[in-house]
Design a protein around this ligand. Structure first.
Ligand code: ZN
Length: 223
């Protein structure tokens, strides 16, 4: 029965064509990762390489910054504000009442009016359960879950597609095949993500101009 092999990631569905976008120029994107769950370094490395390969195929150049981890004692993050080109991924545990792989793997906080978001959360324990059911590494499932949520943040919507990482439901059979090419974004999704990233940078630049202009026009009344 088809539904027995499907697992929910989020909300509604929509079809899209799966055409990967190989681009020579990749837009830089930084991913700040905060691991509150306790993923092993090996699985975190697998998640990072999965994320990188899929995002690069979509025309993005991700830099992964591990900002907190149970296994690591030193981190890549300085005490700097989150930049417009940076997204945040939290890895946490969620309450689980059974060993069923059903259930969401994470969620994103998206402003659908502004069409952007910065913070995504993925559930490390659900990724482990689904990976075990599919017979693959939990790091691979975690990477796919991260990519899915980053897609929401960059496209600025909560929509899903019929193929690739933005599917609402994932097939155990497809996961078990473990073919990275099956999880590439469509050409349209890639364009939407790159446009979303460019819009984030443009919005930040406009805000800076506005602030600078305001500072220039402050009237000094102290004299
Ligand atoms: Zn989703």
């Amino acid at each position: 029965m088809r539904t027995a092999l499907l697992f929910s990631l989020g909300l509604c569905t929509a079809l899209s064509n799966v055409v990967s976008a190989e681009r020579e120029i990749h837009q830089p994107l930084t991913i700040r990762v905060y691991d509150r769950f306790g993923i092993s370094r090996g699985q975190l490395d697998t998640a990072r390489s999965t994320t990188r390969e899929i995002l690069r195929k979509a025309g993005l150049e991700p830099t992964w910054r591990t900002c907190s981890s149970i296994e690591r004692s030193s981190f890549d993050c300085e005490e700097t504000p989150v930049q417009p080109s940076e997204l945040i991924v939290r890895i946490v545990a969620t309450p689980i009442v059974s060993d069923s792989p059903n259930g969401p793997l994470g969620y994103s906080q998206v402003d659908t009016q502004a069409r952007m978001g910065t913070l995504a959360t993925v559930f490390g324990n659900r990724a482990e359960i689904l990976a075990k059911a599919a017979g693959i590494e939990s790091g691979s499932v975690l990477g796919l879950a991260i990519v899915h949520e980053l897609g929401h943040l960059l496209m600025g919507n909560t929509l899903h597609s019929g193929q690739g990482p933005m599917q609402r439901e994932w097939s155990l059979v497809a996961l078990n095949r473990n073919l990275i090419a099956e999880w590439f974004f469509s050409r349209l999704e890639g364009e939407q993500m790159r446009r979303g990233l460019a819009a984030r940078l443009q919005t930040a630049a406009q805000m800076l101009v506005t602030l600078t202009h305001s500072a220039d026009t402050v009237v000094d009344t102290s004299k």
